[in-house]
Design a protein around this ligand. Structure first.
Ligand code: IPE
Ligand code: IPE
Ligand code: MG
Length: 260
């Protein structure tokens, strides 16, 4: 909590772990997939609300590398929902000038979902103001492995030197998120207080909001409340509260890139 009354600016990047679809359905005696269907409605509402709040980038954790181990019909249903969401949402994203991006091992998605994703991504690639990032077949550890491998390939080909990985800037350009800012705020719904392999290195200095609200019940109002909570915080990046509230020569700098 901030000691001064100045509010932080609206977060540039909000990342959300959308959890609780299954429990939402179970409480109503409905199949889990119905919870996922209602979850898609929340996605629409939250993407619009984020844009209205001036949030430039929003990342939604939609499917983890671990989620393949769920029952086959649930995984299949989720992939169909992704496909229909993209087909229906394309016009809206174009109208609102939102760029769609994906992070994760996209090549391993079913071909129809992948084709729908690539279609919308290429149609919206030129937009710069707002970005919607879908984390699909995503795992933070998998991302680090993919980045390490990509870096090793560059070194082996003589296009990079091992010392390029002495700084975070040098290495992080191999992450899926190379062209995205780090999340300022990470929200998880459904009362769980864990990260479940989501953006672990990018969230090094993110602020967290954990809410008991299940994802199908999360909408514009809940997003606004999370952003209000975030804006009252004080981000210290390792400095003292005094340095942050009265910036001197050290606090005026962003965190030293060679250190973190
Ligand atoms: C989140 O809701 C959606 C995905 C992981 C795809 P869950 O399906 O995990 O819902 P709960 O945790 O079982 O309630
Ligand atoms: C995290 O939710 C993954 C997504 C939201 C896509 P899970 O429901 O899969 O996470 P755990 O298994 O409860 O940690
Ligand atoms: Mg869950």
């Amino acid at each position: 909590m901030s000691s001064s009354s100045a509010l932080l600016p609206v977060p540039a990047h909000v990342a959300i772990i959308m959890d609780g679809n299954g429990r939402w359905a179970k409480r109503r005696g409905l199949p889990r997939l119905e919870g996922h269907r209602r979850g898609v409605e929340s996605v629409r509402a939250v993407v619009d609300a984020a844009r209205a709040l001036g949030i430039r980038c929003i990342t939604l954790y939609a499917f983890s590398v671990e989620n393949w181990r769920r029952p086959e019909d649930e995984v299949g249903g989720l992939m169909v929902l992704l496909e229909t969401f993209l087909a229906k949402e394309k016009a809206n994203l174009l109208k609102n000038r939102v760029r769609l991006r994906a992070i994760g091992r996209i090549a391993a998605l079913p071909s129809r979902a992948r084709a729908a994703l690539e279609d919308v991504m290429s149609a919206t690639a030129h937009f710069t103001e707002h970005t919607l990032v879908l984390a699909l077949n995503y795992g933070a550890r998998t991302e680090v492995l993919d980045a390490a491998r990509a870096f090793a390939v560059e070194v082996a080909a003589g296009r990079a030197r091992p010392e390029d990985a002495d700084t975070w800037e040098g290495f992080s350009r191999h992450l899926y998120t190379a062209d995205l800012p780090d999340p300022d705020l990470v929200i998880r719904t459904s009362g769980e207080t864990r990260l479940s392999n989501f953006l672990l290195v990018q969230s090094a200095y993110a602020e967290f909001v954990f809410t008991p609200v299940l994802w199908p019940d999360f909408g514009a109002r809940e997003l606004e409340a999370a952003v209000d909570d975030y804006r009252r915080r004080e981000r210290r990046y390792g400095l003292t509260g005094e340095q942050v509230s009265r910036p001197g020569p050290v606090a005026a700098r962003e965190p030293a890139p060679s250190v973190i």
